[in-house]
Design a protein around this ligand. Structure first.
Ligand code: FAD
Length: 487
């Protein structure tokens, strides 16, 4: 290729879309592109994509590949190591530039820094962009220039900035660089073995449709049907009250800027800082997503260690039996079990229920938040290192702006409050369907006749509670005392 039509390798990562993709827009404006996805999970260790994420990725790659083909460019898929794959592809298609959108996970930051250095030394022009966040972690800081550790001042500081850039449209057509020879040069998405051989993904297949088009549709549905009322409905796991955009956002099938500006427009187009009501509540959730990345970037050790270092001394309990019961949704606490079964079945769990089940693991069972984070990591389609770390450290009381450990959710009353008719439990714990609404949150307290009438034999059809919440609460508070005594 001549210099008048420079070829850019467009390295797709967590930006599996054509719309509002700054790296793609810049490369397409310059000349030809050769799009590539590289499968190198070991480079993200110890947080290599889990099983549910792999399932999603498979679908997303297929959709991206089709969308690129329609725009005139063929997606090349290769296996890692990433540096070697990029180097050989650059040589094969005489590329002069390599472009990507940045990621913020510690292992990826380290790898990308090394790759930038090596490719620049090779004489390639390397450029990276912000395609995944409203503002990057270094752009928001306290007056002293330090990272925030509390959400509210972070959010105020974010709102005080000028609005995030307007999204850029997908290039209408793409000029493809010199074609890469077919032989052995690209693998099909199916060859990456991302989908399970055991069919545990049946419900996932019915629930989700990965890819950019589905992401756009979900946003449209949310704006049309759920934004009004989001402020209250978002706390009802028995209703479809949230956007369910999390996996699409994680894989970059839709950009946060696109979502932000669409919600602003739906709320009358005012600056975000002046928006109130449901739209404000929703924008604030995108703010939590930003905050999570801010923390991950500035405190990279928190993926495996508590931000509040005194919690490193917390006497966590090793309880493989309890952990297994929690994972499988067999704790005897219906709200916890419904959540864990929703996760296992669909690869997703409602936010309110994530708070309840995480509290149960770290407080009622006193099992380390890391065990929970790892399970979520493997089973969530939206598993995201920033959000998952923040969520788990919040639950364990050991992170930024965390719920104090001594505030312990009662899983029964939480169920009564947020699933008042028991509809969520009936969906995910079908053996309790025939229990009355009064009994469904605490079958162990129901009288013999009611249980018999509902066809439930505790210990047979549904487990007895694996811990007594009152007792567990006392033990958790005792354990907490040990942390403060030793500090
Ligand atoms: P909506 O209510 O529609 O919110 C819109 C978007 O805002 C979400 O898609 C998400 O990108 C972002 N968001 C909302 N809440 C949060 C939050 N608390 N932290 C960061 N971003 C948020 N979210 C993930 O995306 N990946 C995870 O791995 C993850 N793990 C979690 C673990 C725990 C223990 C807890 C308590 C929460 C976790 N969350 C995680 C946050 C939250 O539960 C999900 O983002 C939300 O349930 C996704 O559903 P939604 O898209 O319908 O959210």
């Amino acid at each position: 290729m001549s210099d008048s039509n420079p070829v850019t390798i467009l390295w797709f990562r967590h930006d599996l879309r054509l719309d509002d993709n700054p790296a793609l827009a810049a490369a397409a404006a310059r000349g030809s592109i050769v799009p590539v996805f590289i499968w190198a999970p070991e480079e993200e260790a110890p947080w290599e994509p889990g099983a549910a994420s792999r399932w999603w990725l498979h679908g997303s790659l297929e959709k991206l590949s089709a969308a690129l083909a329609q725009a005139g460019a063929a997606l090349v898929i290769r296996r890692g190591p990433s540096l070697e794959a990029l180097r050989s592809l650059a040589a094969e298609c005489a590329a002069t530039h390599i472009a990507w959108n940045r990621r913020y996970e510690p292992a990826v930051v380290k790898r990308d820094t090394a790759i930038t250095k090596a490719l620049t030394a090779d004489g390639l022009d390397v450029e990276s962009f912000n395609g995944g966040l409203l503002y990057e972690p270094v752009h928001i800081a306290t007056k002293e220039g330090k990272p925030y550790q509390v959400f509210t001042p972070f959010w105020r500081s974010l709102l005080a900035r000028s609005e995030p850039d307007e999204p850029v449209r997908a290039p209408r057509t793409l000029l493809a660089g010199k074609p890469v020879k077919k032989t052995q040069k690209t693998v099909a998405a199916a060859e990456l073995d991302l989908v399970p051989t055991i069919p545990w993904d049946t419900t996932m297949q019915k629930t989700w449709s990965p890819g950019e088009a589905a992401a756009t549709k979900r946003l449209e549905t949310f704006l049309a049907k759920r934004l009004a009322g989001y402020g209250t409905e978002r706390d009802r796991p028995d209703h479809d009250g949230t956007s369910t955009l999390s996996a699409h956002l994680h894989f970059g099938e839709i950009s946060p800027r696109r979502v932000w500006h669409a919600v602003r427009a739906a709320a009358g187009g005012r600056p975000a800082a002046q928006i109130t009501g449901d739209a404000e509540v929703f924008l604030r959730e995108l703010g939590w997503r930003e905050f999570a990345h801010h923390l991950l970037y500035h405190f990279p050790h928190t993926t495996d260690a508590p931000l509040r270092s005194d919690y490193a001394r917390f006497p966590w309990v090793s309880d493989p039996v309890g952990l297994r019961a929690w994972q499988r949704g067999r704790t005897g606490y219906p709200m916890v079990d419904a959540g864990m079964r929703q996760l296992w079945g669909s690869g997703w769990m409602h936010n309110r229920v994530r708070m309840i089940v995480s509290s149960f693991l770290v407080k009622d069972l006193r099992v380390s938040w890391l065990e929970g984070a790892r399970w979520f990591w493997d089973t969530l389609v939206d598993a995201d290192l920033a959000a998952n770390t923040l969520g788990w450290q919040w639950a364990a009381g050991c992170g930024a702006d965390a719920a104090p450990y001594f505030r312990i959710f009662n899983p029964t009353t939480q169920g009564e409050k947020f699933d008042p008719d028991g509809g969520y439990i009936r969906t995910w714990v079908p053996e309790l369907t025939r229990l009355s609404t009064a009994d469904i949150h605490a079958p162990a307290e129901a009288d013999e006749r009611s249980l018999e009438k509902a066809g439930v034999t505790l210990g047979h059809d549904y487990p007895e509670p694996i811990v007594d919440h009152g007792e567990a609460r006392k033990l958790a508070l005792e354990a907490l005392k040990k942390v403060s005594q030793s500090s």
